[in-house]
Ligand binder design. Structure first.
Ligand SMILES: Cc1cc2nc3c(=O)[nH]c(=O)nc-3n(C[C@H](O)[C@H](O)[C@H](O)COP(=O)(O)OP(=O)(O)OC[C@H]3O[C@@H](n4cnc5c(N)ncnc54)[C@H](O)[C@@H]3O)c2cc1C
Ligand code: SF4
Length: 329
C-alpha cells in the first residue's frame, strides 16, 4: 500500500476545497470499495478526504413530493427506511439484492454509485487494462469475459457497472445532487454514468472536485407494480450477470407507463425509452412484453463467454414485467 495523506472534512465546502487543492485526492465514505482497490494498488490516491462526519445522513421529503436520500445514508438504512419501503419498494429490493448485510451496513448511497467495475482484469495489475492504465489495451475483449457488457461497449473497454442500486434508481428516474467549487447541480441518473468510448478510465460525469451530496427520488415510485430481478452465479454475495428493474403503471390491465432498467449488461444502467414507449396504451400481456424485450436487446453484441446474456436479458425482461404486472402463467 502506498503512503497517502488524510483529512476529515467538517462540512461540504471544506470537502470540496480539499478535492480542489490536492491533486489525485479521493473522497472516502464507507471505504468498502476504495480501500480494497488501494490495498491491491489499483487505485492510488495521494490524499483521502473523509466525509463521514458531514451532515448527509438524513432522508427528507422534497418539495415536489419525492424523497431526498443523503449521500451518507447507508445502503441498509435506505433499503429499510419506512418511506422507501412503502413508496419505492423497487429501490429497497434492488439494494437488498446487492452485497451482504455487513457490507450494506457500511456502504453509503453515494459510494455505491461510484463503485468501480468488477472486471477481473481491472483488479489484476499484471494485465493490460485501459480503465486502470489508459492506453495499455483491454484484456477482456479476447479474454474471459463472462461478466462483461453486451450493450454500449467500445473497442477500448467492455466492462459493466456493478451497482444494483443504480439500476433501481435508473428505473425511477432519480437525480444525483452534487456540490462543486462553483455550483450545486443535479444530474439525471441516466447522464451520471458514462459509456466507455475512448476514455474508459472515466466512469461518470462527476467532476474531480465535486462530491455527491444526495439522491433525489421523484414522486412516482411504481409501488403497486414493480420488481427487481437479479440473475447471478450464486444466490447471494455475487454481482449481477443480468438484472432488471421494472415498474409499471396500470389501469384496468392497460399500461399507462413502463420503466425498464437493465444491470450487468453495460458500463451504465441501461434504459431504452423508445422501447418502453411501445407499451404505452397496450395490454399487460406476455406477447407485448416479449416485443419490448426484443427491442431492448436489438443491437446487443456478445463476446466469447457472455453471448448467453443476450437471451438471458430478453427472458429476464419478460419475466420481470410479468411479475410487476402480477400475471401468473
Ligand atoms: C464482496 C463484495 C460484494 C459486493 N456485492 C455487491 C453487489 O452485489 N451489488 C452492488 O451493488 N454492490 C456490491 N458491492 C459493492 C458495495 O455496494 C460498494 O462497495 C459500496 O456501495 C461502496 O460504498 P462505500 O460508501 O463503501 O464507498 P467507498 O468505498 O468509500 O467509495 C467508493 C468510491 O466512491 C467515492 N465516493 C464515495 N462517496 C462519495 C461522495 N459522496 N462523493 C464523491 N465521491 C464519493 C470514493 O472516492 C470511491 O472512489 C459489493 C462489495 C463487496 C466488497
Ligand atoms: S473491460 Fe475495461 S476494465 Fe476490463 S480489462 Fe478491458 S478496459 Fe479494463
Amino acid at each position: 500500500m502506498r503512503p497517502f495523506t488524510y483529512t476529515r472534512a467538517k462540512d461540504v465546502p471544506a470537502a470540496v476545497n480539499e478535492l480542489s487543492e490536492n491533486s489525485n485526492a479521493k473522497v472516502i465514505a464507507g471505504g468498502t470499495n476504495l480501500l480494497d482497490l488501494m490495498k491491491i494498488d489499483v487505485m492510488k490516491p495521494r490524499h483521502l478526504v473523509d466525509i463521514t462526519r458531514l451532515a448527509l445522513s438524513t432522508v427528507e421529503e422534497t418539495e415536489e413530493g419525492g424523497l431526498r436520500l443523503g449521500a451518507l445514508v447507508t445502503n441498509a438504512d435506505t433499503a429499510y427506511h419506512e418511506q422507501v419501503e412503502k413508496r419505492y419498494p423497487l429501490l429497497s429490493h434492488a439494494i437488498l439484492a446487492g452485497a451482504t448485510a455487513q457490507l450494506r451496513n457500511k456502504a453509503t448511497d453515494g459510494g455505491n454509485l461510484l463503485q468501480r467495475t468488477r472486471c477481473y482484469y481491472f483488479y489484476d495489475t499484471s494485465t493490460a487494462c485501459n480503465k486502470r492504465e489508459p492506453g495499455t489495451g483491454c484484456s477482456a475483449i479476447a479474454g474471459y469475459n463472462r461478466n462483461h457488457a453486451i450493450l454500449g461497449h467500445s473497442e477500448h473497454c467492455i466492462a459493466t457497472h456493478p451497482s444494483d442500486m443504480a439500476v433501481g434508481l435508473a428505473a425511477l428516474d432519480a437525480r444525483i445532487r452534487v456540490s462543486g467549487p462553483q455550483v450545486e447541480r443535479t444530474i439525471p441518473i441516466l447522464d451520471f454514468h458514462r459509456l466507455p468510448g475512448d476514455a474508459p478510465e472515466i466512469d461518470t460525469n462527476l467532476g474531480e472536485d465535486e462530491i455527491i451530496t444526495g439522491i433525489e427520488l421523484p414522486p412516482k415510485g411504481f409501488a403497486q407494480h414493480y420488481t427487481y430481478l437479479k440473475n447471478r452465479d450464486r444466490a447471494s454475495y455475487a454481482f449481477a450477470l443480468v438484472s432488471v428493474a421494472a415498474g409499471l403503471e396500470l389501469e384496468g390491465g392497460v399500461i399507462k407507463e413502463a420503466r425498464i432498467a437493465l444491470g450487468g449488461v453495460a458500463h451504465k444502467p441501461w434504459r431504452k425509452p423508445e422501447a418502453e414507449a411501445m407499451l404505452k396504451g397496450e395490454k399487460a400481456s406476455r406477447e407485448n412484453f416479449q416485443a419490448v424485450a426484443d427491442a431492448y436487446v436489438q443491437g446487443a453484441k456478445g463476446f466469447e463467454y457472455n453471448t448467453f446474456k443476450i437471451e438471458l436479458a430478453r427472458r429476464s425482461i419478460v419475466r420481470a414485467l410479468l411479475t410487476a404486472a402480477k400475471i401468473e402463467e
